[in-house]
Ligand binder design. Structure first.
Ligand SMILES: [Zn+2]
Length: 350
């Protein structure tokens, strides 16, 4: 890896590694799902399970570090930093800067603006442009006209445009009220970080009493610690569940069902629920298209606002979205696993 710096200039490479992205020329890893080499720099954009690993050292916002401590129950030394405040790093004879920008996905979620002597890159991680009540408002403006945009494209097909969230919350509330009226318990399946808190805020407006799984309760406490007010929610107790709405992560649904004596009606909150077949595949009563990800229109808007020289797409419909961008005249490529891309940028030794 260090041999990359023996000549005066070298192409800046981008690799798909460990489920994340690696820039070996900078010894920098972005969201790897396995432990990166100890002497490298690791940026964790947010605390969802498909972006984290048990790193001993990493760079993250304060909220992300707190979530990780709770979720992984491990000891580590995060290099915490604040939004919009750049931090300098060295890799061999090269130096670069990282500025975290709010990604609007969950509390603490960050994009990484990388500034190297070869150019400026923006790595988005998961993001959402529309205001989200459970995350800092996305602000990518410092990355305008970056050289390279490395972006997630989970919902990169035109049919994935989400309806207004107020409408979706009203539909979810109706489902819950009808289920309670039938003397059953509505169980909303949602990721414990971000989606659950969004549901709590949405349902509270309809006056519905809420109970949450204990993993959600632990993350709610961090939201409150970070200054985000959330309505009171009881912690899951099967003996006290009747007449309440239960929110739990999908992975806990089976165990919850085994503990409950009331009839349960399950619903899932996910952007994939735009496809009516989704709920049938999961075997649940209802599906609601609520997402903390950018939908197709937001993905396009990010590209149009930033006007980058090159767009690299990752995750979801990455190939299809890159093709769409190329058809619209953009320079776009997909980074798949395992793959390596020479960026049109050259870094030079100091
Ligand atoms: Zn995420």
């Amino acid at each position: 890896m260090s041999s990359a710096f023996t000549s005066k200039q070298h192409p800046l490479k981008l690799e798909a590694q460990f489920g994340g992205v690696c820039l070996p020329g900078l010894s920098l890893w972005l969201d790897p799902q396995r432990q990166a080499p100890e002497d490298s720099h690791v940026f964790v954009s947010h605390a969802h399970s498909d972006h984290i690993a048990r790193h001993k050292r990493f760079i993250a916002t304060t909220a992300t570090a707190l979530f990780l401590k709770t979720r992984l129950r491990t000891t580590f030394v995060p290099e915490q930093f604040d939004f919009f405040v750049p931090r300098s790093f060295n890799a061999g004879s090269c130096s670069f800067r990282i500025t975290p920008l709010p990604a609007g996905h969950v509390l603490g979620s960050a994009m990484a603006l990388l500034e190297t002597d070869a150019g400026r890159l923006l790595y988005t991680g998961d993001f959402k442009l529309k205001p989200c009540p459970i995350a800092e408002h996305c602000d990518f403006s410092p990355a305008k006209h970056c050289d390279v945009l490395i972006m997630e494209t989970t919902y990169g097909l035109p049919q994935y445009v989400f309806p207004p969230e107020d409408e979706v919350h009203a539909q979810i509330a109706s489902f819950c009220k009808e289920t309670l009226a039938a003397n059953a318990t509505p169980v909303l399946l949602a990721s414990s970080l971000g989606k659950s808190q969004k549901l709590i805020l949405g349902l509270a407006r309809f006056g519905l009493p809420i109970m949450v799984h204990n993993t959600i309760h632990a993350l709610n406490k961090i939201y409150q610690q970070m200054g985000f007010a959330l309505p009171h929610c009881e912690v899951f107790d099967p003996d006290q569940l009747r007449g309440k709405v239960l929110i739990c992560p999908p992975t806990a649904a089976r165990r919850i069902a085994a503990l409950c004596t009331t009839e349960l009606r399950l619903a899932v909150a996910s952007g994939w629920a735009l496809d009516p077949r989704y709920r049938f595949r999961l075997g649940v009563h209802a599906g609601f298209p609520l997402s903390n990800h950018a939908d197709y229109s937001e993905l396009v808007r990010l590209v149009e606002c930033l006007e980058p020289r090159l767009i690299v797409t990752l995750h979801g419909f990455a190939t299809e979205f890159a093709r769409t961008l190329r058809a619209a005249g953009w320079n776009a490529q997909t980074l798949s696993v395992p793959e390596q891309l020479d960026l049109p940028l050259r870094i030079s030794a100091n």
